[in-house]
Design a protein around this ligand. Sequence first.
Ligand SMILES: Nc1ncnc2c1ncn2[C@@H]1O[C@H](COP(=O)(O)OP(=O)(O)OP(=O)(O)O)[C@@H](O)[C@H]1O
Ligand SMILES: [Mg+2]
Length: 251
Amino acid sequence: MRIEITDLHKSFGTLTVFDGLNIKFEPGEIAVVMGRSGQGKSVMLKHLVGLEKPEAGQILIDGRDITGLRESELYPIRMRFGMIFQNGGMLQSLNVEDNVALPLIEVQGSDRHAIMDKVHEKLKMVGLEGKEKQSVTTLSGGQQKRVAIARALVQDADCLLFDEPTAGLDPPISQTVDEVIMEVNQQTGATMIVVTHDLVSAFQVGQRLHLLDKGKVVASGTPDEFRRIDTPVVREFLKRGTLIGQEGGGR
Ligand SMILES: Nc1ncnc2c1ncn2[C@@H]1O[C@H](COP(=O)(O)OP(=O)(O)OP(=O)(O)O)[C@@H](O)[C@H]1O
Ligand SMILES: [Mg+2]
């Protein structure tokens, strides 16, 4: 899926979140969006699925502007996205396989056998084979995140949106989540947009990195290009990661 946001403006009351945001995501890439807290990363993800509407600007999905669409027109577009929320968004009363099957049961209704074949295939892809019947309440944070990824995969989404996939996870678990993101990208060719504070994760999974600051993209590039960008805002942002590493908080 090709996504292009052009000249996006969005405010909440007197708070301006986007003041001419421009950003592009290429089909099949893993893009990382970084930025300090409150810079609009989650709000940007919501615009992509039509959960927020801009005051001005365009959001082109494969060339089609979705900003003026009605709910009924947005629905098929929303189905092309899989969202992996920070808390995983799991139903605690259901076991692993039923959580993953949820989007299919809601849409297709009937053939449980075919649905479960697909569910098991996706659970295998994220390394959760054998956990199908387990209650999600007994899974680790990283495993819950992988269930959420499997659930996004069963609907054959063209684009997966991750909001802080490694937040709250310890370094080895974060590493496995990063690996699943990269493997799933290779196997499915889905476009992936990863919002993260985790610099280790950002430089590991990101093929293209973007930094949001004060309502705009202030830096973009491949990991190598990004490291060489020598502006105060990028230096300041990257320095924080180095400090975390020195304190033993990095990976
Ligand atoms: N529905 C809303 N109504 C009012 N203000 C909102 C709303 N949604 C977001 N905001 C504000 O917009 C700004 C951007 O929010 P957003 O959640 O996108 O930040 P973020 O970059 O994801 O931050 P974090 O890294 O902490 O998750 C914040 O100041 C937030 O309070
Ligand atoms: Mg956020």
